[in-house]
Design a protein around this ligand. Structure first.
Ligand code: ADP
Length: 492
């Protein structure tokens, strides 16, 4: 199910529940109020008429003039009608709107054949509510009278043995009002629900339009060369804009990584091609004619040198491609740097410039570092080799170790040509070689410092460079002392 439909269904279902509850409550309350009002008016009229009857011991008097009775004076359809019936079902008085049917009903109630209660309520013709009360002189109730009951001729015109008051009101208007109310209570919510369904769907589609645009754009970005395309960023300043911005940032990172990879591959191919071309050239020249054993030996030595260089480049490339930047090498161990460094430096004792190299290890420290000895040696090889390569014979190359606030520092300092400030930011990138180094014809592939820097970070440390043109360079390896907390290690 599409997101638009899911959101719409949820929203419309919730709205339907709310509307049904609201309409049900509204209809129930208004209906109860109308019915109560109808009953109150009917009973009010009934009570007024009953109050107009004076019940005495020997007679019942109909005295409407002493009470103001304006009930039933109009022709309103829901106006209360009333009838008063006297002895022998004689019509005493009625309201102007009393119908013949009501008069007949009142006479029936007053007749001796009526067996209902003296005070009661009944329904006439289906839609008339009728209240009636029989009021009789009390002697008739008690069955005793001090004297003989007065004869009919002795009575006044407004006095009777008993009177029956009948009040009625048609429920047709009330029912019509209730039907209209029911219709409104059903039709209005249905109308509102339909309008909300149409508007809600439109809003949902509109709100999710950026998502559709983004997916369409993402689907169109299938070409591997299409590295510049980005998702359209909606100007809505909401979660979707955040999503598009985050995704575009990710694409930027990917693009940079892709570019780096491409440069790396191009440079690697270039670096491999040069020694291969030299190799092929040497072989072709040698094969042009028959050579003396000495010439073959000289050519083979040359080939061996080129092949060794080729192997160094391939190994470096493999190392850079394989090493995970922040993973500690598997052969890592904890050892004393102060003890290891002099052992390591022994390998430089055979170098032609061995007398230029100085080793200084600061006051011994109980701090130990955690690293791979082999990789640390490789890192140091690159630094010392560079220091010798980029400085004049006879100038000093200083290797030192020191400990500073939980960090081990290994420094390689030379008094050579130095590195231009602009180049200092680049020297740790694979294949970077300064223009000065290339112009001076100093051999190298630009991989040594990239590898050294990768080893430093894999050991939890950092490699830094400070240099001044014409005065020399200083490379500093900072390694955390083993056993220090992660926080202190992070300060390296
Ligand atoms: P390579 O030495 O093979 O060119 P590196 O990665 O070891 O590659 O060094 C990268 C570049 O940094 C060198 O080409 C050189 O320009 C510069 N560089 C490195 N070490 C030094 C140094 N000690 N003195 C001057 N320049 C240096």
């Amino acid at each position: 199910m599409k997101l638009v439909n899911r959101v719409s269904v949820f929203f419309l279902a919730a709205l339907a529940v709310v509307l049904i509850a609201y309409s049900g409550a509204f209809y129930g309350l208004v209906r109860a109020r109308l019915v109560r009002q109808f009953d109150q008016e009917l009973h009010g009229a009934f009570n007024s008429l009953v109050a107009a009857v004076e019940v005495e011991a020997d007679e019942v008097k109909w005295q409407p003039l002493e009470h103001t009775i304006a009930i039933g004076a109009t022709d309103q359809p829901d106006e209360v009608s009333w009838v008063v019936i006297g002895d022998r079902e004689q019509l005493v008085e009625k309201s102007r709107n009393a119908t013949p049917a009501l008069i007949a009903q009142a006479r029936a109630i007053a007749s001796p054949a009526f067996h209902g209660p003296d005070v009661g309520q009944l329904v006439m013709n289906g839609d008339w509510q009728v209240l009636h009360q029989r009021l009789a002189a009390s002697w008739r109730e008690d069955g005793e009278y001090e004297h003989d009951p007065p004869g009919e001729d002795e009575r006044d015109l407004d006095s009777f043995d008993e009177l029956v008051v009948v009040v009625a009101r048609s429920t047709s208007t009330l029912n019509a009002n209730l039907r209209l109310l029911l219709l409104l209570a059903c039709a209005l919510p249905v109308g509102a629900w339909l309008a909300a369904a149409v508007a809600g769907r439109w809003f949902c589609r509109r709100a999710l339009q950026p998502v559709r645009d983004m997916s369409a754009q993402a689907r169109s970005m299938t070409s591997a060369n299409d590295v510049d395309s980005r998702l359209p960023a909606p100007q809505t300043n909401d979660e979707l804009a955040d999503l598009a911005a985050a995704f575009n940032t990710l694409l930027d990172h990917r693009h940079r990584a892709f570019e780096q990879q491409r440069r790396f591959t191009g440079n690697a191919a270039h670096e491999l091609r040069t020694p291969l071309t030299v190799l092929l050239g040497q072989i072709d020249v040698s094969l042009r004619r028959t050579r003396s054993p000495e010439e073959y030996a000289a050519t083979l030595r040359l080939l061996r040198d080129q092949t060794a260089q080729l192997r160094t480049i391939v190994e470096s490339l493999l190392f850079l491609a394989r090493a995970e930047e922040d993973a500690l090498p598997p052969d890592s161990e904890t050892f004393s740097l102060a003890a290891w460094l002099p052992d390591y430096m022994v390998r430089w004792n055979e170098h032609p410039r061995r007398n230029d190299i100085r080793l200084e290890v600061g006051p011994t420290h109980d701090g130990r570092v955690r690293a791979s000895r082999a990789l640390l040696a490789r890192l140091m090889d690159n630094l010392v080799e560079n220091a010798l390569k980029y400085s004049a014979p006879g100038s000093r190359v200083e290797v030192s170790a020191a400990f500073d606030d939980g960090v081990a520092l290994v420094r390689v300092r030379d008094e050579g040509r130095g590195i231009a400030p602009a180049d200092q930011a680049e020297i740790f990138n694979p294949f970077f070689r300064s223009r000065a180094a290339r112009e001076a014809g100093i051999a190298g592939a630009g991989l040594g410092l990239a590898i050294a820097s990768r080893i430093a970070s894999a050991s939890g440390g950092r490699l830094e460079c400070t240099s001044e043109i014409g005065r020399g360079s200083r490379f500093t390896l900072r390694l955390p002392i083993a056993g220090k907390t992660a926080r202190q290690g992070a300060d390296v």
